[in-house]
Write a protein that binds this ligand. Structure first.
Ligand SMILES: O=C(O)CCC(=O)c1ccccc1C(=O)O
Ligand SMILES: [Mg+2]
Length: 376
């Protein structure tokens, strides 16, 4: 594959309402769209939407890394595969669909972009989009021959007050969502209890409710909160305590009466290994491809987790359509589809394009059967 043209376009996503989490309030997101054109005129797209508080580079560091990488593209050894290559080498190292010709992303690709995961995500995604188009298959199938054709998606509820939150939950369920996610912590536990109680009351027992504390509890608070909230039939809690405190996460898992999931902790490579080495404690990983440096490293982590008996699901990091599209293809290719993906965030953005194929319908995204990413 030869790249004949490359562009970087800034992308700013304004939130309709500021989204409050225990780790901060989001009002707008700033990132970039990368477009690569191959010698036959196909265009591959990738998005970088850095989230510094989750361990990625800043927007300016990201832009610099993208510019540097793309300006060197003609001399890189990253995309030189001529079309019509034989099968075999190259696929094993990336763990991709073994029936396919090797990717232009051989072993060691992207090492130079390790410190800038969002930039790495964008470039890798645009190359994967091109490669899947060249092979005439959806990106999900490039990632796994066993990819599912649709993914379940959770609704992310943003309201603070119990009555408003219950109303939002009712609306999401009426739209067809069966998994709802609620941000907790950063307020007295009894307030979160009132919020969850109102939601459970509103939606009934069959809807899955997951909570996300974004590391906002101290261990002692988390013990009390998880106990107080255990009567509401919760599916799981993301990141109850600070990202760095893997030991507290282990101790809490032994206490908690419902599963805990690690999210922010996965931004630390050494903690990823610690969590993988002690499966059965935190049984679920929340995978953000933007934070983990791309779709391929994220898939590799999910496969490693599955080998150790852990489950995993994909979420966006409040990304634009292109990154969410990539994440949806990835979610379809994960070893397990048991947990809904966190990709239902489009309605939170003011400038969300309408009518793109990755808008969830009745709580699910049907992966487009078109070659590549499927975003025009
Ligand atoms: O999971 C979702 O529904 C949306 C993703 C989400 O909640 C999120 C978005 C940006 C930053 C952090 C998080 C998070 O899961 O903690
Ligand atoms: Mg989370």
């Amino acid at each position: 594959m030869r790249i004949t043209e490359a562009s970087i376009q800034p992308l700013r996503l304004e939130m309709v309402h500021p989204l409050k989490t225990a780790s901060g309030t989001y009002e707008a997101r700033e990132g970039f769209v990368v477009r690569l054109t191959d010698e036959e005129g196909r265009v591959g797209q990738g998005e970088a939407m850095p989230l510094k508080e989750f361990g990625t580079e800043s927007a300016s560091e990201c832009e610099q890394a993208l510019e540097e990488y793309l300006s060197n593209l003609s001399t890189q050894k990253t995309t030189p595969l001529p079309s019509g290559e034989g099968r075999g080498e190259g696929t094993e190292s990336t763990g991709l669909n073994p029936c396919l010709p090797p990717l232009p992303l051989g072993e060691g690709w992207g090492e130079g972009l390790r410190a800038t995961p969002a930039a790495r995500h964008a470039i890798e995604q645009s190359l994967l989009d091109l490669q899947a188009q060249r092979q005439g298959i959806p990106l999900s199938e490039l990632l796994s021959p066993k990819a599912r054709e649709e993914v379940q998606v959770n609704a992310l509820l943003g309201a603070q007050l119990p009555e408003l939150l219950a109303e939002e939950a009712r609306r999401a369920v009426a739209e067809g969502y069966t998994t709802l996610k609620i941000k907790v912590a950063g307020r007295p536990v009894r307030e979160d209890e009132a919020r969850l109680s109102a939601v459970r009351e509103a939606v009934g027992p069959a809807i899955r409710l997951r909570i996300d504390a974004n590391g906002g509890w101290k261990e002692s608070e988390a013990i009390l909160a998880l106990e107080a909230l255990s009567g509401y039939g919760l599916e799981l809690c993301e990141q109850p305590v600070a990202a760095e405190d893997a030991e507290a996460l282990f101790r809490l898992s032994n206490h908690a009466r419902f599963p805990l999931a690690a999210d922010e902790s996965l931004a630390f490579p050494e903690l990823r290994q610690v969590l993988l080495d002690r499966p059965g404690t935190v049984g679920i990983l929340v995978l953000k491809p933007m934070v983990l440096g791309g779709l391929l490293p994220t898939l590799a982590l999910a496969r490693e987790a599955a080998r150790r008996g852990m489950d995993a699901y994909v979420t966006s990091s409040l990304d634009g359509v292109i990154a969410r599209a990539g994440a949806a293809h990835l979610a379809a290719a994960l070893p397990s589809g048991r947990y809904a993906s966190g990709l239902g965030v489009g309605h939170l953005f003011r400038n969300e394009p309408d009518n793109h194929p990755f808008r969830p319908e009745r709580g699910r995204i049907a992966i487009p059967r078109r070659p590549g990413l499927g975003v025009s």
